[in-house]
Write a new protein. Sequence first.
Lengths: 137, 450
Amino acid sequence: MPNQKKVLVIDDNPDIIENTRIVLESEDYDVYSAPDGTQGLALIKKVKPDLIILDVMMKSLSEGFEVARELRSVNSQEFKEVRHIPILMMTAVHQKFNFGFDRDLGTEWLPADAFIEKPVAPVDLLNKVREMIGGTK
Amino acid sequence: MESFSAQLFKRARWLVKIRWIACFLVSGLILFVTEILHFQLPLLPLIILIVLLALYNALLAFLLHKIPPSNWPKRAVELLRWQFSVDFILLALFLHYSGGIENPFAVYFIFHVVLSSILLDRFYAYIQTILGVLLFLTIVLLEYLNIIPHYSIFIYDQGGIYQSPLHVLAIVFALISALCFSALFASAVAIKLRQRDQELQEAYAMLKEEDLRKSEYVMMISHDLKEPIATVQNCIQLVLGGYCGNVSSPAEKTLKRATKWIDKMIQLTHDLLSLSHIKVMPPIVLKILNLKREIQEIMKEHEKIFKDKSQKIEMSLASDEIPIRGDREIFTHIFTNLITNAIKYTPPKGTIGVNLFTEGERVILEVWDTGIGIAAEYQENIFKDFFRAPDAVRHDPDGTGLGLAIVKQGVERLNGVISVISPYQGKQLRTCGTCFRLAFTAVLEEEANS
């Protein structure tokens, strides 16, 4: 289907990627995946997805945040074309403590458009994705 | 734990109180011996001495009150050394005007020596002792040699004991040896006690450090457990959601049972993570936090749940903005936890209330409900890890018993205190279930604006 919306899932847990793929494909999203930040950033440039689903805690405690910061960094020419792509970040509650997450500072501090708390129920994930980029069907 | 100097400072305040008692007792004693026993004492110098003692004590009390806490330790030590010397001089003068060596209250020198030996370092304690000995000797000797007058309190047939060399020698020897032994023993005991105190402080610091290590360990384990459990949960959700084809009815029922247990495990690891995290968190920079706005926001988020359970809400928030020094995420965690508890343990059609007001320099936040309450015998345990009161278990078997422990840790992180009142008599004088009362230090307006 040519008009399919593309979603890139970056997570170091292959089973979570697989499950997310099953859920998103059930709604005809075109799902791409990367197991870490580096491969994720490369794929963003290549695929230019409509949405990036990013796990915060991968190899390092804050790999997800680092990926998002790199992508949104104003000075970076490398990601100029893909800087606008919305990011849905998957966090665990306690990570807000870890990173001084502050609602007042919003996206300036944390370059993500939305957060969803893990573990994510399939219905909640689909609702959030639909809310952010609309349905495919 | 307090430093030695801080303890000295505290004791100085205590000594001021003792000195007031001394003023009172000495005045009473003088009245008694002159009016009832008809002793001939030189009243004027004694009254002047009492006034001097009172004035000097008032000055000390004023200074102790006025010196800011940051200047406490060093000055407190100096103050203490100095005040023992003054006490000795005053005691010696009292003794001189009330019979000198005849006065049985000479033994009070021992009392002074013991006090200074306990409160001062050994070196200074010995200096005070030597001063005491010299003062006593000087008075006895000068009176003996008739250089200064002797004020007799007892009438003797032949001159009085202050003129009897043997008697004077015996009393001087007995008293001075008693002073020296008291100083030796009391400082030896005080040194032991201080060593023990030091050891206790070190042991306490070590335990705290070990506790921190334990919390880090718990945090790591909980985190490692959470990921696999969450993945299993995700897989089951997929099957139950029909994403992997049709599920037979018995399989669905079995998977739902599995989900129930997995949810419980996730809640437990989640609570363990929050609790251990809040314990190991490095000191946080507290920012100005407007409680009223935070409370209104969180209450709004819970509106639907209140409605679903037909619970009434009664908010009584002070009309002014009430800022405290806090951390938004921690406060959100605390308040959400208390509200969730209130919802959980209050039956439908019950009432949940929030009061926010100032009480002097403190900001008081009360979260109350008309729920099942907490029996008096369990109230002291409810903030302990994993403790659950039997009523709460009956009402909600799946709780982890960590919620209130997290709340308490959070409140302490914000330098506040939490207490529980159950049954609670609200402003409307109605018996309610439970009230959690949080007290924080208010922030001054100028501070909040800056």
